[in-house]
Design a binder for this molecule. Structure first.
Ligand code: MG
Length: 165
């Protein structure tokens, strides 16, 4: 790894919505009649954020770390993915500067869960809630997201070199 003081990363993810699945976003279960479909718990927020961190480190993506044909990761809670990515970041000598996340979802309204989602990510990453921004918006009823067929998340992260390295 080069000895740059700052590294920026971007990640995004989209999963399909279906009846009969739980909806997990940023590591918390959100009451809704539809949930996201995936090999893991399909938490698009954690997946986008994990890819943003790996991207900043030039360490590939979560599909390389957790292949979706691996039966041992079937139904896996996504906080395990983020914990693994966080430990890679630590080993590389970096820490989170700040995180900016956008979620595109027609329903449910996510504002009531905004603080809980930030708190959840802060806890997994062992950082301050003030280092994490989550913005949520609809897709103006357009396309798959607007038709409530999918939820998408996008994450940007700034990493800074740890002072003691
Ligand atoms: Mg995913």
């Amino acid at each position: 790894m080069s000895n740059m003081n700052f590294r920026i990363g971007y990640g995004e993810d989209i999963h399909r919505l279906e009846k009969g699945r739980d909806l997990y976003l940023a590591g918390i279960k959100i009451p809704h009649e539809l949930g996201l479909v995936g090999h893991s718990d399909a938490d698009v927020v954690i997946h986008a954020l994990s890819d943003a961190i790996l991207g900043a480190l030039a360490k590939g993506d979560i599909g390389m770390l957790f292949p979706d044909n691996d039966p041992t990761t079937l139904g896996m809670a996504s906080h395990i993915i983020l914990e693994k990515v966080s430990s890679i970041m630590n080993e590389e000598g970096y820490q989170i500067g700040n995180i900016d996340i956008s979620i595109l979802a027609e329903k449910p309204k996510l504002m009531p869960y905004n603080f809980a989602m930030r708190e959840s990510l802060a806890k997994i990453l062992n950082i301050e809630i003030s280092q994490i921004s989550i913005k949520a918006m609809t897709n103006e009823k357009l396309d798959s997201i607007g038709h409530e067929e999918a939820i998408k998340a996008m994450a940007t992260v700034l990493l800074e070199r740890k002072k003691d390295e």
